[in-house]
Design a protein around this ligand. Structure first.
Ligand SMILES: Cc1cc2nc3c(=O)[nH]c(=O)nc-3n(C[C@H](O)[C@H](O)[C@H](O)COP(=O)(O)O)c2cc1C
Ligand SMILES: Nc1ncnc2c1ncn2[C@@H]1O[C@H](COP(=O)(O)OP(=O)(O)OP(=O)(O)O)[C@@H](O)[C@H]1O
Length: 286
């Protein structure tokens, strides 16, 4: 998969290089089951039509730009992780458009012509609630018309879990209330974050969200090893383990944490033993 960072300066160059493609559209934070359905739909159409599959997303999130940085935004994953997951979904090209005020003021028609038709898009795929263009005025019922009938369009129906629309927003809410046991059925996988070990503690990398303060059973993954254990997320957002990492991690090493289940409240902290708690439970059923 190739990743292309698009901005007004390099757009013409990429337009010249463009080949016919099926494109999935949206921000796609977390790449949950709803997003996966959109991308799988694009993939199926690509296979049927013998065309490559692209995804177009933005960065930063429109809310942060349009609130002039006043709104705090809890990203579920950085672009590097989005890239990794999109690759596993079989996407050929990942376009990341720099979202700024100038881009946000493109009319729906301008966006469709400049960023879709002129980039080789012949078939656009998005969910039932996808919006685009100034003030988000474009939607799936007018996109074909906005393209002057140049685009084929597929609208993906709502994917739900337990009667609720699966959304990045509801996943953020579940994390922020510590309700991580529900996450796999919304994400289709365990939630993971990347950290760096400084020789003493673990530091969360940017553009991830930590679950609410509490105790959690997790798996730590380095490039070659995985280990189950328990962490405490403090009120301040520190990730506390009382484990001896000296044989497992070296300073400055990256570690990925996958969140398996909530195991208690912070007030249970004094009961925490000063040793690894290897779990006997098999978590693959989560
Ligand atoms: C060209 C363009 C202009 C946009 N302008 C605005 C805007 O003025 N205000 C806004 O809230 N969102 C704006 N958006 C964001 C969209 O409404 C929408 O959130 C984004 O395309 C991601 O879609 P999704 O949230 O369905 O994934 C714009 C999007 C595009 C592509
Ligand atoms: N549950 C869902 N079912 C079907 N399509 C979805 C679903 N959730 C998102 N999509 C589609 O996936 C693309 C990316 O959507 P978007 O990034 O807005 O996700 P979201 O989960 O709705 O995010 P947020 O909660 O921040 O609004 C869009 O085309 C959108 O319509």
């Amino acid at each position: 998969m190739r990743t292309i960072y698009l901005n007004p300066e390099n757009l013409a160059e990429w337009q010249k290089a463009a080949k016919p493609t099926v494109m999935a559209l949206g921000f796609f934070d977390g790449l949950h089951k709803g997003h996966q359905k959109v991308i799988e739909t694009a993939k199926k159409i690509g296979l049927k039509k013998g065309l490559s599959v692209s995804v177009m997303s933005f960065f930063p999130h429109p809310k942060t730009v349009l609130s002039k940085g006043k709104k705090q935004f809890n990203y579920l994953m950085p672009l590097s992780m989005k890239e990794k997951v999109l690759q596993t979904l079989g996407v050929d090209t990942f376009y990341i458009v720099e979202f700024d005020r100038e881009f946000s003021s493109l009319s729906p028609k301008q966006f469709v012509h400049k960023y879709l038709i002129n980039l080789g898009v012949v078939h656009a795929v998005a969910g039932f609630d996808y919006t685009y263009g100034f003030k988000g005025e474009g939607n799936m019922d007018r996109i074909r018309n906005d393209s002057g009938n140049a685009l084929e369009v597929s609208k993906v129906a709502k994917v739900e879990c337990k009667g609720e629309k699966i959304s990045s927003t509801c996943i953020r809410e579940k994390l922020l209330t510590g309700n991580i046991n529900d996450l796999p059925s919304f994400l289709g996988r365990l939630y993971e974050v990347e950290c760096c070990y400084d020789g003493k503690s673990l530091h969360l990398k940017p553009y991830y969200t930590l679950p609410a303060s509490g105790r959690y059973i997790v798996t730590f993954h380095t490039r070659f090893l995985s280990k189950e254990g328990e962490v405490i997320v403090s009120e301040k957002g520190d990730i506390i383990t009382q484990s001896d990492f000296s044989t497992f991690l070296r300073p400055q090493q990256n570690v990925t944490i996958t969140w398996l289940k909530r195991s208690g409240e912070i007030k249970d902290y004094p009961l925490y033993k000063n040793e690894w708690k290897y779990s006997e439970v098999h978590y693959s059923s989560l």
